[in-house]
Design a protein around this ligand. Structure first.
Ligand code: TYD
Ligand code: MG
Length: 454
């Protein structure tokens, strides 16, 4: 434990430090001494953040620098990181086992190594041969500067880093690592936290970016990795349905960029392939003119994403009607149902309502409210739209359709993709510029208007 700080007296005029209070300082100033606590840094304290410190600095005078970034060679990963990997940053990449964390990381590692940078891939899960098998499949010719180390002792990893000085370090996974200093088993909360701290030290001291893989379960996070989230710079999450190829990478925390960017990949024979045309991907299997199916759009990060909302309204047989949303928020669904009942006169009390966002996407925000409501209406009334239509808009409790952000960009993308009609908040119409030939743009003020023209 740190010793109790010693009290010293410092002259405000000249900075002279004295162990006792003095009426006049050696510089001649009178009554210039104030009491301060002397900071005595504990040696070998590796939990500290400052290296030479304990001294506050004026915020005004702190220098800023452009973060130098490393291109990972994977465009979608660069995008989610905010434009590449920041030197000296700690990135946690979480996801279910088998989702493709090791794959994306070996792809990035080999790309970085192909630029002549030394990369160290530490695996506590797989042997050299297993890593090689995967790398052969997904990386093509392997670069000279990509090193692997199957190891679980983090103190050894630290020594190896001292010896070879990698420009990029990967730890796969933090749950398999342990530090000698603790007796507890790898994966325990205390080990994960200790390893996180150690990795932060390695990264910050050498200005090496570190990627840390963490397994989490579908139902939520395991306790371990949660404890390091606050000390890393970025938390990425890799998700998707294991039996479908689509994988979505998003960031929950990013000290060097936004958290609204998403990256999309397809898991294929030879690794993860980037999906550039993301707006089309979620709609590939959409059957045109199906009851209860509506195309919605949201603006994620820097691009629009289109997806299909499906709803099924069926008579409830026993007791209370069921309301289930997959990919959307259940509370929001209940709210929309109440608005449909009260404002649009739909009789849904004795109906089960299911809503599903197709393709495993979990869109955030409220700009697809109207799409959900119209999908429910479409299923309830067995009504289909004749035209290829996109629906955007938030619904308020009064049944009004509220403005969505970046509507102009969504409209432009929808026109590019050949949509024939866009139903959107009328308050958004004035933000549209230019002409949209071949596409009918309909502004609506409330849910009743929207239903009428659907
Ligand atoms: P992996 O990266 O090992 O997952 P994680 O590290 O998140 O546990 O990927 C495992 C799955 O990905 C595995 O089920 C097989 C599949 N896969 C492919 O379909 N194509 C490939 O090229 C690779 C390497 C894996
Ligand atoms: Mg793995």
């Amino acid at each position: 434990m740190a010793k109790k700080p010693k009290t010293i007296f410092v002259c405000q005029e000249c900075g002279y430090e004295s162990p006792t209070w003095m009426g006049q300082c050696i510089c001649g100033a009178w009554n210039s001494f104030v009491e301060e606590k002397e900071i005595t840094p504990v040696k070998e304290d590796n939990r500290r953040r400052t290296i030479d410190g304990g001294k506050p600095v004026k915020l005004k005078e702190v220098g800023t620098r452009e973060y130098s970034r490393i291109d990972t060679g994977v465009g979608e990963l660069n995008r989610v990181l905010g434009g590449g990997l920041v030197k000296g940053s700690l990135v946690l990449i979480s996801g279910e086992p088998g989702i493709g964390k090791s794959t994306i990381i070996i792809q990035a590692a080999s790309n970085i190594a192909k630029n002549g940078q030394k990369v160290l891939y530490v695996s506590g899960e797989e042997s050299e041969e297993q890593i090689k098998l995967r790398a052969d499949r997904v990386c093509g010719e392997l670069p000279e500067t990509l090193f692997v180390l199957p190891e679980t002792n983090l103190d050894i990893v630290e020594t190896v880093c001292d010896n070879i000085n990698p420009s990029f370090l990967i730890i796969d996974s933090i749950q398999t690592m342990y530090s000698d200093e603790l007796d507890s088993a790898p994966g325990s909360v205390s080990q994960v936290r200790a390893c996180g701290n150690k990795l932060m030290k390695i990264g910050k001291m050498k200005n090496t970016p570190v990627f840390i893989v963490a397994h989490v379960t579908k139902s939520g996070d395991l306790a371990g990795p949660k404890t390091v989230e606050h000390l890393v710079d970025c938390v990425l999450n890799f998700a998707g349905e294991r039996d479908q190829e689509l994988r979505i990478l998003r960031s929950f925390k990013n000290r060097f960029g936004t958290t609204s960017e998403i990256g999309a990949f397809m898991m294929e024979e030879n690794g993860l392939q980037e999906v550039r045309d993301i707006s089309g991907t979620f709609l590939e299997n959409k059957a045109e003119g199906a009851e209860g199916s509506v195309t919605a759009a949201i603006y994620e990060g820097s691009r629009p994403v289109m997806f299909e909302v499906q709803a099924l309204v069926a008579p409830a047989n026993v007791g209370f009607a069921r309301r289930t949303a997959v990919g959307a928020d259940n509370t929001r669904l209940n709210m929309l149902l109440a608005v449909l009942e009260k404002k649009a006169g739909l009789k849904l009390v004795n109906e089960d309502v299911y809503v599903n966002i197709v393709g495993g996407l979990r869109p955030e925000g409220t700009s697809f409210d109207l799409a959900v409501a119209l999908a429910i209406y479409s299923s309830y009334k067995n009504r289909i739209t004749a035209k290829k239509t996109i629906v955007i808009g938030e619904i308020g409790l009064t049944g009004d359709i509220r403005t969505v952000r970046f509507a102009d960009k969504i409209v432009r993308e929808a026109v590019r993709m050949g949509y024939e009609r866009i139903i959107m908040p009328s308050s958004n119409l004035k933000s549209l510029k230019g002409s949209f030939e071949g596409c009918e743009i309909v502004g609506v003020k409330n849910i009743v208007e929207a239903i009428k023209i659907f």
